[in-house]
Design a protein around this ligand. Structure first.
Ligand code: FAD
Length: 396
């Protein structure tokens, strides 16, 4: 029988892996994606919806091409349980699927457990995360539009590691860009649990003072442990209370629920360790994990670009292993994260990661990568091309 790979999650990691297994095996491996959402909505560029220069429809795409062009079976459901021993998956709808190998790319689970204030009725309508692009992104934009001029937008950032290290700081720029045009007396207050800006710090700080003077205030070491959602108040570990007109809370995160339930989150009970030659879990044979859910190698961000690169290493390894061979022993991955600091101007950080056989991990190649010298419109052109390329490489 032909080997069958089951892919859990049709986001950046899962869809890319499915597509590349079909291409590189020349159709000799059957692939099924299980994904509950009808459409793919891109988190990259979703901060621009808050800034007002893009609509969520611009970031929403069908997955039809994966089925029609590559013969991938797409099942619209979610996986509720994985039995690695017997190689079966149970779907929410009751169906049982069997597989020879499974790939999990379920993204992150947002952790609200430690915040009693978020368990109150109406809290999740009052205080949004917008850290999974979709209805929350649109709702947060509506809150910003409804806010009176002179109001405060507070953005709470969790301790790293979290999905998209520069994302929150890009968001602060986008909201400031909107305020500068529409509500110039308003303020952006960043409440960062970290002791400094996690990514592209010098560049972001320069943008904040030069382009948005007096509008963005940055507070470090503000660990939001709870909220009073009705009063839109963030409460810190030191019981500092900060009231805002719009409170955007990005909570701590861990590997998507299904990966945790399958017992794969063996790093701090939060992230899944993998063998970087194949992205096979160190916890269960024949189960691979990609994207935000993994315990990353040093200097490796949780990004869409990285998830797409994980997918290619994993797809090549799976094709080689089903053919009776071993995975490539020297994979090399790249990453670029662009951040829009206005509707046009962009900064980037780039890196290259090579496998180190002695340390059995991916290490940033010395002298590779780096950051922009300053925000530039030309980088905005590169950023849009990056987005079109990765959407096509994932879905088209
Ligand atoms: P996702 O793309 O989130 O895909 C996970 C999929 O799994 C989802 O479709 C979900 O429905 C599905 N799923 C979950 N559980 C199950 C289940 N049990 N059964 C079936 N399906 C399931 N990255 C960049 O590279 N560049 C950027 O500019 C950038 N900007 C960002 C801006 C913001 C505001 C945010 C929030 C993120 C940004 N990122 C960016 C990060 C990027 O979105 C993530 O790193 C990327 O989506 C990770 O891919 P993934 O496959 O791990 O998860």
């Amino acid at each position: 029988a032909r080997p069958h790979v089951l892919v859990v999650g049709g986001g950046y990691g899962g869809a890319s892996a499915a597509r590349y297994i079909r291409m590189w095996s020349e159709g000799s491996i059957d692939v099924t994606i299980v994904e509950p959402e009808a459409q793919f909505v891109s988190c990259p560029l979703s901060n621009l919806v808050l800034g007002g220069s893009r609509q969520i429809a611009d970031l929403t795409m069908p997955r039809d091409g994966l089925a029609s062009r590559y013969g991938i079976r797409i099942v619209r459901d979610s996986v509720e349980a994985i039995d690695a021993q017997n190689r079966t998956a149970r779907l929410a709808g009751g169906q049982i699927l069997t597989f020879d190998r499974a790939i999990l790319s379920p993204g992150v689970e947002l952790l609200w457990d430690g915040m009693p204030g978020m368990a109150k009725a109406g809290a999740h309508e009052a205080v949004l995360h917008a850290w999974k692009a979709g209805p929350q992104t649109v709702a947060l934009r509506a809150q910003l539009e409804a806010m009176p001029d002179g109001g405060v937008f507070a953005l709470a950032i969790p301790l790293a590691p979290y999905r998209c290290p520069p994302g929150p700081y890009e968001r602060a720029c986008q909201v400031a860009h909107y305020f500068q045009k529409a509500k110039p007396r308003s303020k952006v207050l960043i409440l960062d649990a970290n002791d400094d800006v996690v990514s592209k710090g010098a560049l972001f700080k320069r943008v904040w003072t030069e382009r948005y003077p007096g509008m963005i205030e940055y507070r470090n070491n503000f660990k939001t442990v709870d909220v009073d959602a009705g009063a839109r108040t963030a409460i810190s570990e030191l019981d500092d209370k900060v009231r805002a007109d719009v409170l955007n809370l990005i909570p701590p995160q861990r590997a998507g629920k299904i990966a945790v339930q399958a017992g794969l989150a063996n790093a701090n009970k939060r992230w899944c360790e993998v063998d970087f030659l194949s992205f096979e879990s160190t916890q269960a044979k024949n189960i691979h994990v990609l994207g935000d859910a993994i315990q990353v190698a040093p200097m490796m961000p949780k990004s869409a670009h990285m998830a797409n690169q994980h997918a290619k290493v994993c797809a090549a390894a799976i094709v080689d292993m089903f053919a009776g061979g071993a995975p490539n022993a020297a994979p090399m991955l790249t990453n670029t994260c662009y951040s829009f600091v206005s509707d046009k101007d962009v900064i980037h950080v780039a890196s290259v990661h090579a496998y180190d056989a002695a340390k059995k991990t991916l290490l940033a190649v010395p002298g590779s990568g780096g950051v922009s010298t300053a925000a530039a419109e030309l980088e905005g052109v590169y950023a849009m091309n990056w987005a079109r390329n990765i959407w096509s490489d994932t879905l088209a």
